[in-house]
Design a protein around this ligand. Structure first.
Ligand SMILES: Cc1ncc(COP(=O)(O)O)c(C=O)c1O
Length: 391
């Protein structure tokens, strides 16, 4: 059953909730109240959609990938979130939360980022709304996503390197949450995916569901057989899937298979994880027998996360969506495939969705597959060139 909003305890079935320090509870309550009021106010919703049109560049196009379709023997339609301002779907959520902060009277935004796209989106929203901004980013991600670090600094944000743990998204999230406890009176934590304590997973899904809503309108009465999206925390997938949940369409989320599930070095939280508590909510996560978080691994910084949004855990258990994984190598091959057949260099995150379609082409033969192309690959070009020995 599709849940319009999580229950009174902020849960999607057995998942979600609010596992947060006492000091944050008033801020989470305040955020829930502010969002509830704003989202039921037609004037606020109109302001959000006006911003998406005039500033973000929505609706993003939906493009039939002709040469790719021919090569794979099926019809691939791409939802072009890569063409949104700042180059990924993350901007939908950042502008929504930025607008909400105006209603709450706070003066500063903080955020975590992995691939840097959410950091860039938050820095953009902060510049647009005239707010201070600090972005927490793992040092490994700073190294592999240097371009986005420069972009955030150009936009006036402070980028704070996080050296703990593996220096990736989980560690940046820990640090941002700690900082939020310290500065909660004047700071809003702009969580970048459908993760974290209630009400974040709900808010982020609501701000991202525009992707699927637009897509249905653009299809003009026909439906694809399968809808595919990559899953890190799960925001682009949630935004794409949510409006399709009531329709007769198969939904497939593609997690990071990293070096292969059997190696233990991956980011497949649903495929190879189990329920536990991570970053304030109960969800599928990578953990050992003692409940300690196992480090994720993915070539893509945006999927290098040992958890997933609680609503996806619910979808998985209910059989409302299916979760698969592809390896780093398959994703990198898919970057080449899309670049050379369509002239589109995808983000490595998005290439995971393409890679699954390419691998499954025999079982998908003749079908229509809609892929959410969550972002563009400009940020990844240097990393790919290094991996390929071109730099
Ligand atoms: C282009 C792109 N796609 C996907 C993701 C993964 O995030 P999510 O699963 O929340 O969409 C990221 C995260 O940084 C990203 O930059």
């Amino acid at each position: 059953m599709k849940l319009v909003r999580p229950d009174d305890r902020g849960r999607f079935g057995d998942y979600g909730g609010r596992f947060a320090p006492e000091t944050l509870m008033p801020a989470l309550d305040e955020l829930e109240r502010a969002f509830e009021k704003a989202w039921s106010d037609p004037a606020f919703v109109q302001r959000y959609h006006d911003l998406l049109t005039s500033y973000v560049g929505r609706p993003t196009p939906q493009h039939v990938a002709g040469r790719l379709s021919e090569q794979l023997g099926l019809t691939v339609i791409l939802k072009r979130e890569d063409l949104a301002h700042t180059g990924a779907h993350k901007i939908n959520n950042a502008m929504g939360q930025g607008l909400l902060v105006g209603e709450m009277g706070k003066r500063r935004l903080i955020a975590e980022t992995g691939a840097g796209q959410h950091g860039v989106a938050t820095a953009t929203a902060a510049a647009y709304f005239g707010l201070e901004c600090a972005i927490y980013m793992g040092e490994k991600d700073i190294e592999r996503q240097r371009l986005n670090v420069y972009r955030m600094r150009l936009l006036g944000a402070e980028v704070i390197p996080v050296t703990s743990g593996a220096g990736t998204l989980k560690d940046a999230t820990n640090e941002a949450m700690r900082e939020w406890v310290r500065s909660v009176e004047y700071t809003h934590y702009t969580i970048g995916s459908v993760v974290g304590p209630h009400p974040f997973p709900w808010i982020v899904r609501e701000f991202q569901k525009v992707i699927g809503e637009e897509s249905i309108v653009q299809l003009g009465g026909t439906l694809p057989d399968v809808v595919v999206a990559c899953v890190g925390g799960g925001s682009n997938a949630a935004g794409m899937f949510y409006p399709y949940l009531d329709l007769d369409v198969e939904l497939v989320g593609v997690e990071a298979g990293g070096l292969g599930i059997e190696t233990g070095k991956h980011g497949a939280s649903i495929g190879a994880g189990s329920p536990g508590v991570l970053h304030g909510s109960r969800t599928y996560m990578l953990q050992d027998a003692d409940g300690q978080v196992i480090e994720a691994h993915s070539v893509s910084a945006g999927l290098d996360y040992p958890g997933v949004g609680p609503e996806h855990s619910y979808f998985a258990d209910q059989g409302m969506a299916r979760y698969e994984s592809v390896t780093d190598a398959e994703a990198l091959d898919a970057v080449d495939l899309l670049a050379r057949t369509e002239g589109i260099i995808p983000a490595i995150e998005s290439a995971h969705a393409i890679a699954w379609v390419a691998r499954e082409r025999a079982s998908l033969a003749g079908k229509t597959v809609l892929v959410n192309l969550s972002g563009r690959g400009d940020k990844d070009v240097e990393q790919i060139a290094q991996i390929r020995g071109l730099l």
